[in-house]
Design a protein around this ligand. Structure first.
Ligand SMILES: *Cc1c(COP(=O)(O)O)cnc(C)c1O
Length: 370
């Protein structure tokens, strides 16, 4: 069986070496595994140019677990969080805050509108009770890139804490902890690092964790407790995702050999350009203008033809070896195609050809407005 190519931004297509790294079993008490965890954490801190001031706290689970853990650990029970909202992952943060019983203030934006640093600054000036801003960097729901540098400057200027969901940008889009001030930056194993899913991590300011815990509603989600235990004995508190960590080690090795973050961004940028260029040549339209588009995932308008049906389209493209993603917008009918994973321009071109064939076979003739 040949596996389909995953054009979904996590899980995504991984390299053979990354998969091969999962063929061994590791003892969670063993020194070799502790060394593996330590080396992964060290590299994860270095990828965003963070050094002594920051630590990496890994956490079992998907990315959302790490987002929830970061909010629960770092926002005090009487804290208040501003959430600039331009998509589904921003809305997920608001839901998490609701579960955690933390007050949230939503700063609504359109889904084609980047989060606005001026409005964020004004919201912080107007409400001194806001303690933190929770910002999604690349909003994977649409693929829009939010201006993190300007937002971080506004938040720092007002003396508030910044918690960044950098899940789909970490490892590709530049983030420099030396010049960009944040309390916590959250990402996971199975996105731009091209590992397998199963481990999230939080790059947090050391001083905040050293203050101690007391905020977290949950033992399993308490990052202070997780960090203290790792510091003390080099081990995860509870059963670690051993194979995921081993695969991530292999994925980071390849990331470094291929030229690190800049090279990864360059490859994804080429993938995205090949995809968008090919799809536009077919007559399909992107949801976002090019200057707001991150080269991570692209949202396309569904063809306005009565013969189009997403499930049928999905099945036919899958038969040709590619897995697409449904749209995540409520107002407009869309589908999404990821540009990340261990894939290159050739794969993107073959995906466009598969999409063209599938639409043709379905009798979809109108791909965009006349
Ligand atoms: C993938 C992702 C998450 C986490 O989603 P999980 O399904 O829990 O892995 C969170 N935020 C963003 C922006 C993401 O892209």
């Amino acid at each position: 069986m040949t596996e389909p190519i995953l054009l979904t931004p996590g899980p995504l297509t991984t390299a053979a070496q990354t998969k091969a790294a999962m063929l061994a079993d590791w003892g969670s008490w063993d020194g070799a595994f502790n060394a593996l965890t330590a080396s992964v954490c060290r590299d994860l801190v270095a990828i965003v140019d963070a050094a002594e001031d920051h630590v990496c706290v890994p956490l079992q689970g998907s990315g959302t677990f790490a987002v929830e853990a970061a909010l629960g650990t770092l926002v005090p029970k009487n804290g208040k969080v501003l959430v600039p909202d331009n998509g589904s992952y921003c809305k997920r943060i608001v839901r998490i805050l609701g579960y955690l019983g933390r007050e949230a203030v939503v700063l609504a934006h359109g889904e084609q509108e980047p989060a606005d640093p001026t409005r964020i600054d004004a919201a912080l000036a107007a409400d001194r009770a806001i303690t933190h801003v929770a910002q999604v960097h690349c909003e994977t729901g649409t693929g829009i890139l939010n201006p993190l540098r300007e937002i971080a400057a506004a938040v720092a200027g007002r003396g508030r804490g910044l918690i960044v969901d950098a899940m789909s940008s970490y490892g590709a889009i530049p983030i420099d902890a030396r010049t960009l001030r944040f309390d916590a930056l959250i990402a996971a194993s199975g996105k731009c690092l091209e590992g397998v899913p199963g481990m999230g991590f939080v790059i947090a300011r050391r001083a905040l964790l050293e203050r101690g815990g007391g905020n977290s509603h949950s033992l399993a989600m308490d990052l202070v407790d997780q960090w203290q235990y790792l510091e003390k004995c080099g081990q995860w508190r509870f059963t670690p995702p051993t194979h995921v960590v081993a695969a991530l080690r292999a994925a980071i090795d390849q990331f470094q050999l291929q030229g690190g973050r800049a090279a990864r961004l360059a490859r994804y940028t080429e993938n995205c350009a090949a995809l968008v260029c090919g799809m536009r040549a077919l007559g399909l339209r992107t949801f976002l203008p090019d200057d707001l588009q991150a080269p991570i995932i692209v949202t396309f308008h569904s063809p306005p033809d009565p013969a189009y049906d997403f499930h049928e389209f999905y099945r036919r493209v899958r038969d040709r070896g590619f897995i697409l993603y449904p749209g995540k917008l409520t107002a407009v009918d869309t589908f999404r195609v990821g540009c990340i994973g261990a894939i290159g321009v050739d794969t993107m071109k073959r995906a466009v050809a598969a999409i063209a064939d599938a639409l043709h076979e379905m009798g979809v003739r109108r791909l965009g407005p006349e």
